[in-house]
Design a protein around this ligand. Structure first.
Ligand SMILES: NCc1[nH]cc(CCC(=O)O)c1CC(=O)O
Length: 293
């Protein structure tokens, strides 16, 4: 077995921090193993001026890392699960779903701004967030904002925005949760499928020491259920669907959000049952939400 491995990551501070988290666990659980982090720019990181949906979606953040795994430049790739496309190459499976960081979304107000009650401009490129936040802040307007966490926080202070919404998981990993003004409950704002979970991708059939220790049962069940919900509804394209699965003992409770393009309305619901049935339950929920229109 290998005693030195390379982890591939995107270049953003958050991506690198996430790769470091995986490196720390591997080195702790597999004594003697050394881990190196190799960063690379993906097409999605390069093209910032266009909407993701127009340039080809989530695949743009993983293509380069997939290639590096295939040609042996790296041995593992670390991704935010929520950024991974629905279709993952057969020979590059997810070998571990890490223990979930806080899955909730958070509001960050521009310095000096006290409230959004009287209105304001919320920077978000996520229709999932905008739709749900519009119910909470009916007087606000939404404006696209793109870039990594740091870029967005910079734009918040220097451009025409009063607030932005980010995943608490990313802010916590970066030690930046101090900027948060409000944390939305998972009912107020259903998180994106996979939010807070890291997906560790490897080569099929290859064993890397320590990887089993990275895998978390609850995260794996949640990942399957949440992604099952999304896959049933739109195959992971651009619709603002959202799903969050909470596991307690043998039970799973899944919240889902479905957006109906024609009417511009969304609806949310929950389903509970046995955790090992998560994916089936998620699809049942998806079907019933869709049936409401
Ligand atoms: N699309 C960027 C992205 N991908 C994953 C996270 C947060 C970390 C996570 O979900 O584990 C973020 C930042 C954000 O949405 O605020």
């Amino acid at each position: 077995m290998k005693t030195h491995i390379k982890i591939g990551s995107r270049e953003s501070a958050l991506a690198v921090r996430q790769a470091e988290i995986v490196k720390e666990i591997l080195e702790k659980k597999a004594p003697g193993l050394t881990v190196e982090i190799i960063t690379m720019k993906t097409t999605g990181d390069r093209i910032l001026h266009k909407s993701l949906e127009k340039i080809g979606g989530k695949g743009l953040f993983v293509k380069e890392l997939d290639r590096a795994l295939l040609d042996g430049t790296i041995d593992l790739a670390v991704h935010s699960l929520k950024d991974m496309p629905m279709e993952i190459p057969r020979d590059l499976p997810v070998v571990a779903y890490t223990k979930r960081e806080d899955p909730r979304d958070a509001l960050i107000l521009k310095a000096g701004k006290i409230s959004l009650k009287q209105g304001g401009v919320i920077g978000s490129s996520s229709r999932r967030r905008s739709l749900q936040a519009a119910k909470l802040y009916p007087r606000c307007v939404f404006k696209n904002i793109r870039g990594n966490v740091q870029t967005r926080l910079f734009k918040l202070e220097h451009e025409d925005y009063d607030a932005t919404i980010l995943a608490l998981a990313g802010l916590k990993r970066l030690g930046m949760e101090g900027c948060v003004s409000r944390i939305f409950s998972v009912d107020e704002m259903i998180p994106s499928a996979g939010q807070g979970i890291l997906a560790v991708q490897g080569r099929k059939g290859e064993k890397i020491p320590g990887v089993e220790a990275l895998d978390d049962d609850k995260s794996r069940i949640a990942a399957k259920a949440e992604r099952g919900f999304v896959r049933y509804l739109d195959g992971g394209c651009t619709s603002p669907v959202a799903a969050y699965a909470e596991i307690a003992g043998r039970e799973v409770r899944i919240r889902g959000l479905y957006y109906h393009e024609e009417s511009g309305q969304f609806t949310a619901g929950t389903i509970s049952g046995e955790a090992h049935q998560g994916e089936v339950l998620a699809k049942r929920l998806a079907k019933s939400l869709k049936g409401r229109f």
